[in-house]
Design a protein around this ligand. Structure first.
Ligand SMILES: [Fe+2]
Length: 205
């Protein structure tokens, strides 16, 4: 018998009605960029990546995506047996546009329980998100694996998710992650990787 303790949970959810939602979010995101507010975080602003302000969850225009996130958070709280007098809530939300040549440096999201990303637009080779094994002491000694065999999932030390428009990925806020460089050959906005991202905390009802 083999036990697997201390797993790292990553949730994935595909939103219904994603075409209309994404069209609206895309317009909102470019309008937000025109508005001129920009943040420099894990994005490569020096290469042309843009990061919005972090209070989009307070803007009623983002209610449709917020509603989708809340639905998932409710199911997570239920599944994880979180306290019934608390609720998981989006406490900050922002958007990022990564044109070709841009990525995001590896980082964590402090002061949150969970974090998430929703893919609004992503051409081929727009840059995968990579999650990195948080058990850093594992580097003290490494087993050798068979070359041609895929490692058992429990032994992976990184995992990538391809950005798929309409898909939401929710992960522990402490989990290190980065985004590969957008290598799209598409021209103009068609080459942009556009996401909405958010932090989540548990608040008392
Ligand atoms: Fe992040």
């Amino acid at each position: 018998m083999r036990h697997a303790y201390f797993p790292t949970l990553v949730y994935q959810y595909d939103v219904d009605g994603r075409e209309q939602l994404n069209k609206n979010l895309l317009d909102l995101t470019y309008a937000e960029r025109e508005g001129g507010v920009a943040n420099n975080k894990s994005n490569t602003a020096e290469l042309g990546s843009w990061h919005s302000a972090t209070n989009l969850h307070k803007n009623p225009d983002y209610l449709p995506i917020l509603t989708e996130v809340d639905a998932v958070l409710g199911r997570m709280s239920e599944e994880l047996h979180y306290a019934k007098d608390h609720v998981l809530k989006v406490t900050s939300m922002w958007s990022i546009i990564n044109p070709p040549g841009n990525g995001n440096r590896a980082h964590v999201h402090p002061n949150s329980l969970w974090s998430g990303v929703y893919y609004v637009s992503a051409p081929e080779n727009a840059g995968k998100i990579e999650f990195i094994d948080p058990r850093t002491v594992i580097i003290m000694n490494q087993p050798k694996y068979e070359n041609k065999k895929k490692r058992p999932r429990e032994c992976w030390q990184k995992v990538n998710f391809k950005p798929t428009p309409g898909r939401m990925v929710i992960f522990p806020a402490w989990l290190y992650h980065g985004v590969d460089t957008n290598m799209s050959k598409e021209k103009g906005r068609a080459g942009d990787r556009v996401i909405v991202s958010f932090n989540i905390n548990q608040v008392r009802i």
